[in-house]
Design a protein around this ligand. Structure first.
Ligand SMILES: NC(=O)c1ccc[n+]([C@@H]2O[C@H](COP(=O)([O-])OP(=O)(O)OC[C@H]3O[C@@H](n4cnc5c(N)ncnc54)[C@H](OP(=O)(O)O)[C@@H]3O)[C@@H](O)[C@H]2O)c1
Length: 257
């Protein structure tokens, strides 16, 4: 079968909204065919795909709820058929693990197995096995990029469960980078600080005092926007990022330096 070397492909999880949406839109603008994954936001993901296509890009949507039995099977069923239809072959160049439960019940006194387990299921277990399943279709020279968090560098006791889940992924990044380097595959994490997304809407939006405080944590003096993170991911995903691996890129705007 003819090899289509011209179509680089990407999967972005949780790409219907927030940071994932910005990453999907940026990678599509860079010419990649983007698989726009959603959990519950089917309508939003369809809008992302429509917007990408309206700008001349290429994308398709696929749904899979994380943290439930069969999640990785469901995702790969949608991914494989979408890649076959839109790229002509089942091959991936860039895998962006973005979907996550962006909070936890902490501090430690408030956590229970019922609050703790879903965070680790969605933020660690599913992406780990998703990567495992993606490795056979990840082309040499590929990229695995995980959205971590500044909370692995800055101690926030009220988010301990979430922070631990991101710390687990940081360790995965470093460890997997060593194994996959032989294939020219880079594995990196990007750690945002406060970013204006739905995850922070309840306390940030329409609250100038909260915004001032959040902005004051960053050396660069403002709250992050999803595109601030997407641009870093785009660099790591590009040819220019080929010599960076096993690294956690701090993209907090210099939070609490
Ligand atoms: N915003 C910040 O300040 C900030 C800071 C540091 C790190 N981060 C990290 O950045 C990433 C994106 O965060 P965000 O702020 O864009 O969050 P968000 O607006 O709350 O969006 C969360 C995304 O994760 C997906 N998701 C959540 N639970 C899921 C599940 N069970 N199954 C499938 N998908 C699921 C959602 O998909 P559906 O809507 O389709 O269900 C959504 O696309 C996360 O990894 C987060 O931890 C964010």
């Amino acid at each position: 079968m003819e090899q289509r070397t011209s179509t680089r492909t990407a999967l972005v999880t949780g790409a219907g909204r927030g940071i994932g949406r910005a990453i999907a839109e940026r990678l599509a603008a860079d010419g990649l065919l983007v698989a726009v994954h959603y959990g519950r936001s089917e309508h939003a993901a369809a809008e992302v795909v429509a917007g990408i296509r309206a700008r001349g890009g290429h994308a398709f949507a696929l749904g899979a709820e994380f943290g439930v039995d069969g999640d990785v099977d469901a995702l790969h069923a949608g991914l494989d058929s979408g890649l076959r239809e839109h790229a002509g072959e089942v091959a991936l160049d860039v895998l962006v693990n973005n979907a996550a439960i962006p909070h936890s019940a902490g501090p430690i006194e408030r956590e229970t197995p019922e609050t703790f387990d879903p965070v680790f299921a969605v933020n660690v277990r599913t992406p780990f096995f998703l990567i495992q399943r993606a490795l056979p279709i990840l082309r040499d020279g590929g990229r695995i990029i995980t959205i971590s968090s500044g909370v692995t560098r800055i101690a926030l006791p009220e988010m301990i469960g979430y922070a631990m889940s991101k710390g687990a992924m940081d360790t995965m990044t470093m460890t997997l980078a060593k194994q996959l380097g032989a294939h020219g595959i880079t594995v990196n994490s990007v750690a945002p600080g406060y970013v204006d997304t739905d995850a922070n809407a309840s306390w940030l939006r329409g609250n100038p005092e909260a915004e001032r405080r959040a902005a004051g944590e960053a050396a660069l003096g403002r709250v992050g926007q999803p595109s601030d993170i997407a641009d870093v991911v785009a660099f790591l995903a590009s040819e220019d990022g080929r010599w960076v691996t096993g690294h956690l890129v701090d993209a907090t705007g210099g939070a609490r330096l």
